[in-house]
Design a binder for this molecule. Structure first.
Ligand SMILES: Cc1cc2nc3c(=O)[nH]c(=O)nc-3n(C[C@H](O)[C@H](O)[C@H](O)COP(=O)(O)OP(=O)(O)OC[C@H]3O[C@@H](n4cnc5c(N)ncnc54)[C@H](O)[C@@H]3O)c2cc1C
Length: 379
């Protein structure tokens, strides 16, 4: 019997295990292949805030998560001596048309009201030109640029390595790679692993990325709408002489993310239908071409890696978090879609504090597992 079974060794499962370890909960984490084998083992690592307008509880949750992540990572870096490749380098958004400048100026005001925590404020500056010539190219930014000071980036694989290193030294945490959960029986508190082994648990956190959805659907006999789907994404890592402190460029869905060691990540495609989930194709070539148009200094950059993965998108389009309404011993942590890296730490803190019963974090209603299950069942 384990007190807590975590299914999945991606960013969601690992943060859950770290929070559980801090709370003194005896935990077993089961990962089908290896840590980071799913979407979390990618290369982009952009931590992008929502727009500062139409403020709501979802935007506030994400803001709090993005602000608190910096200190969390600094603490773990000090504890482990490892680096997560984190930097609050900000984001630059080229404004290609005059009307976009008008909208951006409105956001500048809204950020002053909404992007403020107890001890820090973040800004949405509208400027005539980028602070670094060519980043982005003037042709892409004829009406100026936005520079926001809230956005950040990290190196996904370095962060996973750091979280795993915390867990490997934790006395009450067992990480088991290379075996997977075939079936969950949350009423009996049992999980069946490949090969027939049964694990009994008091609580299970299902954090298996896109594979969470069939496991949830199976609990309902599969007779309803699917609880979520997979959206494929492709990204590339380039070797380029770009200062790692420069901001992330965001332009019409395209991200250009300067990392440490002369690496720049470019992403991502968003594909609802695909034949092969893990191969890269001409869509990625097109994206790299767009990146070169926005930042011509990338023209000669060598491509170090092309990578594809599947993002978990829950039926309600928001993360699917917390206690399952019909199975109180089952908690879900999936559906982070395009923003898991910015949210996972705070989501994990919420889920683990639900288990220990000392929760002080408000979760947006649309994130709650029960909202997604209601959509799934049509209730
Ligand atoms: C190209 C691309 C770019 C992206 N860029 C960003 C970005 O810049 N910023 C951002 O925040 N997000 C980004 N994302 C999204 C982000 O990567 C995902 O939302 C996130 O990784 C999901 O994490 P997860 O832990 O829920 O799932 P995963 O990382 O997929 O982890 C689930 C794990 O569970 C394991 N597993 C599956 N089934 C079982 C089972 N039955 N038993 C045991 N283990 C199982 C899998 O092997 C896997 O390791 C991007 C995604 C893609 C594809």
């Amino acid at each position: 019997m384990t007190d807590l079974l975590i299914v999945g060794g991606g960013i969601m499962g690992l943060w859950a295990a770290v929070m559980a370890q801090r709370a003194g909960i005896e935990t077993t984490l089961v990962e089908r292949a290896a840590i980071g084998a799913g979407a979390s083992g990618g290369i982009l690592g952009a931590l992008m805030p929502h727009m500062p307008d139409n403020w709501n509880e979802k935007k506030q949750f994400q803001f709090d998560a993005l602000v608190s992540l910096e200190a969390e990572i600094a603490m773990l870096e000090a504890e482990t001596g490892l680096s997560a490749g984190y930097r609050r380098s900000g984001r630059i958004i080229p404004l290609s048309k005059p009307h976009l400048r008008g909208i951006a100026l409105k956001h500048q005001q809204e950020a002053l009201e909404n992007w403020t925590s107890a001890d820090r404020s973040f800004f949405w500056h509208v400027r005539e030109a980028p602070q670094y010539a060519g980043w982005p190219d003037h042709a892409a930014a004829e009406s100026g640029v936005v520079f926001d000071t809230l956005a950040a980036r990290l190196a996904p694989r370095s962060l996973l390595d750091m979280l795993v290193s915390v867990l490997r030294n934790a006395p009450r945490t067992h990480v088991r790679e290379g075996t997977h959960v075939l079936r969950l029986d949350p009423l009996a508190g049992k999980a069946e692993l490949a090969g027939g082994e049964m694990i009994a648990f008091k609580t299970c956190i299902l954090a298996a990325g896109v594979q969470s959805f069939p496991l949830i659907d199976a609990l309902h006999g599969g007779a309803f709408k699917a609880s979520g789907t997979a959206v494929k994404g492709q990204a590339a890592l380039l070797k380029a002489d770009v200062d790692p402190s420069w901001p992330v460029i965001f332009s019409d869905g395209l991200y250009i993310v300067p990392h440490e060691n002369g690496c720049v990540a470019v992403g991502s495609t968003s594909e609802n239908s695909f034949e092969d989930p893990l191969t890269c194709d001409a869509r990625l070539d097109h994206l790299i071409q767009r990146a070169v148009e926005v930042a011509p200094m990338l023209r000669e950059a060598k491509i170090l890696e092309r990578w594809a993965g599947l993002r978990p998108k829950a039926i309600g389009r928001e993360p699917m978090i917390g206690r399952h309404p019909d199975f109180p011993h089952l908690m879900t942590m999936t559906g982070g879609f395009k923003v898991s890296f910015g949210l996972a730490q705070r989501i994990a803190a919420f889920v683990v504090s639900e288990i220990t019963g000392d929760n002080r974090i408000d979760l947006p209603g649309s994130f709650r597992c029960e909202s997604h299950i209601a959509l799934m069942l049509g209730t």
